[in-house]
Design a protein around this ligand. Sequence first.
Ligand code: SAH
Length: 357
Amino acid sequence: MTPLEAIIRRRIEAEGPMPVAEYMALCLAHPEHGYYHSRDPLGRGGDFTTAPEISQMFGELIGLWLAQAWTDRGSPAPFALVELGPGRGTLMADALRAAARVPGFVEAAELWLVETSPALRKKQWEALGKYQPKWADRLEEVPAMPLFAVANEFFDALPIRQFEIRSGALHERMVGVEDGALTLGLSPAIGDEPLPDHAEDGTVVETCPAGRTIAAEIGARLAREGGAALIIDYGHDTNAPRGDTLQAVKDHAYADVLAQPGEADLTAHVDFRTLSRVSEEAGATGWSVRSQGALLDWLGIRLRAAMLAKAAPEREDEITAALDRLTEPEQMGTLFKALALSGDDIPPPGFSEELGA
Ligand code: SAH
C-alpha cells in the first residue's frame, strides 16, 4: 500500500467516502505524497510524454502564436507572459527562443509560471532561469496587466467531480473502502449540480469546478486588461456528457485509477465547451475550438519540419515521426484540441472564422 493510500483510507474511515474530486486532488497534489509534488513525471523515463517533449516545433509555433497575438493587440508593454502548468519548462523555452525574433516581445514580457510542484519548479528554473521567471501557485497572484497565456495539458490534471444519473436524480461518485480495498460507490441523491440535457439513467457526467474557476479568471483578466490565451489539451467540444473519462497512466500504460494512489498520473477529458462558455460569461471572446492538427498546420508546422530536416538531414526520420505524432488524426492531431480566448474581437492566429476545424 502506498503511503498516500494509508492516509486516504484513514480519512475515509473517519469521515466516510470522499468525492472523486477529493481523491484526485489528494493523488495529484498532496503536499507530501502527491504525484506531481516530488517528481518529474514527463518524458521517456517518466510516465507520460507531452507535445513539447515530443518536438521543439510545438513550443516554437506557440511562441509565434503568442508574439503574433501580442503584435495584433498593439504590442502592449509590459505584459504578463503566463504559462499554467509548465512541466519541465520546455514549451516556454522553445516559445521564447522563437518569439525573440519579434522585436520587443521578450523585453516587454514579465514571465509568470503558475506551478504548484516544487520538483517541477526546479526544472523550470533550470530551463528558464535566464528569463527571470516568477512563480505563482494561482493565476490570481499574477499582477494586473495585459495577459498572454498558454496552458498545455494543464486543465486535464485538475480534479473532476463525477456523477451518475439514477432514476432521474444525480448521485456523486465516491471513493470508499470495501472488503479491504478502495472502491467506487455512489452518494445519496444530490441537487447541487444541474442535470444535463438528454440525460439517461446510468449516464456518467463529469464537471471540473477548478477548471471553471480558472477559465473564468482568465476570461475576466482578458476582458479587463486585454490579451489572448491558448488552451491545448485532450478532450471534447460537445454539450453531451461523455461518460467516465477519468484515467490513470503509469510507465506509459493505462492503470487502475484506484491502484497506487499518488504513484500514477490521473487525468480526465477537458470539456472545452464549458471552458469557453465560462470565460465568455466573464467578458472574454471564446473562439471556435480547433483540432491540434489543424492549428499546427495553420501555424506552419510542415514548413518548420522541412527546415529542421534540411539543417539536420540525419534527424529527418525523427522529425517526420514527431510531425506525424503531433498532427495525424489517429495520433494527437484530433483528440487534442485548442481553444483561443481573447479580450477583444481580433481573431487570434489560426482562429479566424474561415479556417475549418
Ligand atoms: N505543460 C507541460 C506539463 C503538463 S503536466 C507539458 O506540456 O509538458 C501538468 C502540469 O501542471 C505540471 O507542471 C503540474 O505540476 C501542473 N499542475 C497540475 N495541477 C496544478 C494546479 N492545480 N496548479 C498549478 N499547477 C498544476
